[in-house]
Design a protein around this ligand. Structure first.
Ligand code: NAD
Length: 430
C-alpha cells in the first residue's frame, strides 16, 4: 500500500472513531437528561453511562493462502440488572470500541422500551466480509465464539446478527458454542436458520416494527398510509423489506437510495422491480443513469421519511430543509440531537431509533423464548405479539412526551432507561 493510501486509510479510520465517539457522547447526554427528568441522582448516570463489561479479543484465523491473520473483536455488556444482555455482532472494517459501547447502550434502551427481560449487549469484529471466502468467514465466526465463550451464554449474554452478519454465521456460532459446552444450545444466539431453532418473522422483524411505527405516527398526523409519499434512505435488510411492506400497504414509495446514490420519482418507483435487482449488500442504484445524491434525496418532497442506512444523516445543515411531516428512524443514530430539536420545533413527528427499530430485538426475544421452551410459534402468532408490543411502546412514549412536555427522543430514553435504573436500585448497586 502506498504511503498516501495508508494515510488516507488512517485518516478515514480516525474519522470513524470521531463519529462513533460523538454518537456515544450525545447518547450519554440524553440518558443523563432522561435520568434527571425521572429524578435519579448523578450516581445512577455514572453507573449507566458506560458498559459494565467490555471485552477485547484477538482472533487468529488461517486464511485461504495458508497465512494466519489476527482479527480484533469486541463484546460489550452494558447492564445486566434486568437480565442477560442481548445484542448483535457486526462484521465491518469500521467497527471500533466506541461504536460497540454506544450500540450496547442503545440495546439496553431498546430492551427497556419493549419491556424485554434483557440488558443491552453488542459485539463486533474489524474485518471486511465482502473480501473473505466462505471458509475464512466460518473460521473467524468460530474463533470469535471461542474467544468470548467465557462471558456469553443463554442466561448471560445472547448475540444476534447485525451489519454484514446473517443466519449462516449465527449457525456456525451456535454450533461452536454447543461443541464447547458439549450440549445443544440453540438459546445461545438468535437469528438462526429456521431448521436450527430460528423464529418465523425474524429476518423482516425490524422492518415490520418500523412499519407499525409509521402507521401509528401517520395517525397522529392525520395522514393515511395509503397514498402517502415515502422516501427510504438505504435499501439493505431494513430498507428493502420496509419498501415492500409500505408498497403493499398502498403507500407510494417515491425515493430510495444506497451507498452509491438515490432514485426519486414523484409518480412512485417500481419497488418489485428494484427488489428483484438489488444485490445482497443492498445496492441497486448503480444500474441507473438518472440518480440523485443521498443529500438531495433527504430534502425531496415526501410525507414520510425513513432514514434506514447510516448515522448522522439529518443534521443542523439540512434539518430545516426536510419536507416530510413524519420522520421514522430505522437506522441507528441518523438524526443528531441538534437536528431533533429543529424537527420538533418545526412540528415534524419524529419516531426515534430506539423505538422504531426495536422490532428486531423483540422477535429475537421471541426466538429465545421458543428455544427455551422447545415449542415453536406460527408467523401469525409472532406478528400479533410484535404488533401488541410495538403499539404499546409507541403509545407509552407518546404519553410520556406529552406528560413531561419533552420531545419523542427524550421520552423514549426516559421509558428505555427506567427499568434498568429501577432494577439496579433494587439490587442495591446504587
Ligand atoms: P444493510 O447493510 O443491510 O444495508 C445498508 C444500506 O445502506 C445499503 O443499501 C447500503 O448501500 C446503504 N448505505 C451504506 N452506506 C451508505 C451511505 N453512506 N449513504 C447512503 N446509504 C448507504 O443494513 P441494515 O441491516 O438494513 O441496517 C440499516 C440501518 O438500520 C443500520 O443503521 C442498522 O444499525 C439499523 N438497524 C438494522 C436492524 C436490522 O435488523 N437489520 C435492526 C436495528 C437497526
Amino acid at each position: 500500500m502506498s504511503i498516501t493510501k495508508e494515510l488516507n486509510r488512517l485518516q478515514s479510520e480516525s474519522n470513524e472513531d470521531r463519529k462513533a465517539l460523538s454518537l456515544f457522547t450525545s447518547t450519554q447526554s440524553v440518558v443523563h437528561e432522561a435520568l434527571n427528568k425521572l429524578g435519579y441522582s448523578d450516581d445512577m448516570f455514572e453507573l449507566l453511562k458506560e458498559p459494565l463489561r467490555m471485552l477485547t479479543v484477538r482472533i487468529p484465523v488461517r486464511m485461504d493462502d495458508g497465512k494466519v491473520k489476527l482479527f480484533t473483536g469486541y463484546r460489550a455488556q452494558h447492564n445486566d440488572a434486568v437480565g442477560p444482555t442481548k445484542g448483535g455482532v457486526r462484521f465491518h472494517p469500521d467497527v471500533n470500541e466506541e461504536e460497540v459501547k454506544a450500540l450496547s447502550l442503545w440495546m439496553s434502551l431498546k430492551c427497556g422500551i419493549a419491556d424485554l427481560p434483557y440488558g443491552g449487549g453488542k459485539g463486533g469484529i474489524i474485518c471486511d466480509p465482502r473480501n473473505m471466502s466462505f471458509g475464512e468467514l466460518e473460521r473467524l465466526s468460530r474463533g470469535y465464539v471461542r474467544a468470548i465463550s467465557q462471558v456469553v451464554g443463554p442466561t448471560k449474554d445472547i448475540p444476534a446478527p447485525d451489519v454484514f452478519t446473517n443466519s449462516q454465521i449465527m449457525a456456525w456460532m451456535m454450533d461452536e458454542y454447543s461443541r464447547i459446552r458439549e450440549f445443544d444450545s440453540p438459546g445461545f444466539i438468535t437469528g438462526k436458520p429456521l431448521v436450527l431453532g430460528g423464529s418465523h418473522g425474524r429476518e423482516s422483524a425490524t422492518a415490520k416494527g418500523v412499519t407499525i411505527c409509521i402507521e401509528e405516527a401517520a395517525k397522529k398526523k392525520n395522514l393515511s398510509l395509503k397514498g402517502s409519499r415515502v422516501i427510504i434512505q438505504g435499501f439493505g435488510n431494513a430498507g428493502s423489506f420496509l419498501s415492500k411492506f409500505l408498497h403493499d400497504a398502498g403507500a407510494i414509495v417515491v425515493g430510495i437510495s444506497d451507498a452509491y446514490g438515490a432514485l426519486y420519482d414523484q409518480a412512485g418507483l417500481d419497488i418489485d422491480y428494484l427488489l428483484s435487482k438489488r444485490d445482497s449488500f443492498g445496492t441497486v442504484t448503480k444500474l441507473f443513469n438518472t440518480t440523485i445524491s443521498n443529500k438531495e434525496l433527504l430534502k425531496s418532497e415526501c410525507d414520510i421519511l425513513v432514514p434506514a442506512a447510516i448515522s448522522n444523516q439529518i443534521t443542523v445543515e439540512n434539518a430545516h430543509e426536510i419536507k416530510a411531516k413524519v420522520v421514522v428512524e430505522a437506522a441507528n443514530g441518523p438524526t443528531t440531537i441538534e437536528a431533533t430539536k429543529i424537527l420538533t420545533e418545526r412540528d415534524v413527528f419524529l419516531v426515534p431509533d430506539v423505538l422504531a427499530s426495536s422490532g428486531g430485538v423483540t422477535v429475537s426475544y421471541f426466538e429465545w423464548v421458543q428455544n427455551n421452551q422447545g415449542y415453536y410459534w406460527s408467523e401469525e402468532e409472532i406478528d400479533k405479539k410484535l404488533h401488541t408490543i410495538m403499539v404499546n411502546s409507541f403509545e407509552t412514549i407518546v404519553n410520556v412526551s406529552q406528560l413531561y412536555q419533552v420531545d419523542m427522543r427524550l421520552a423514549a430514553y426516559m421509558v428505555g432507561v427506567r427499568r434498568m435504573a429501577e432494577a439496579s436500585r433494587f439490587r442495591g448497586w446504587i
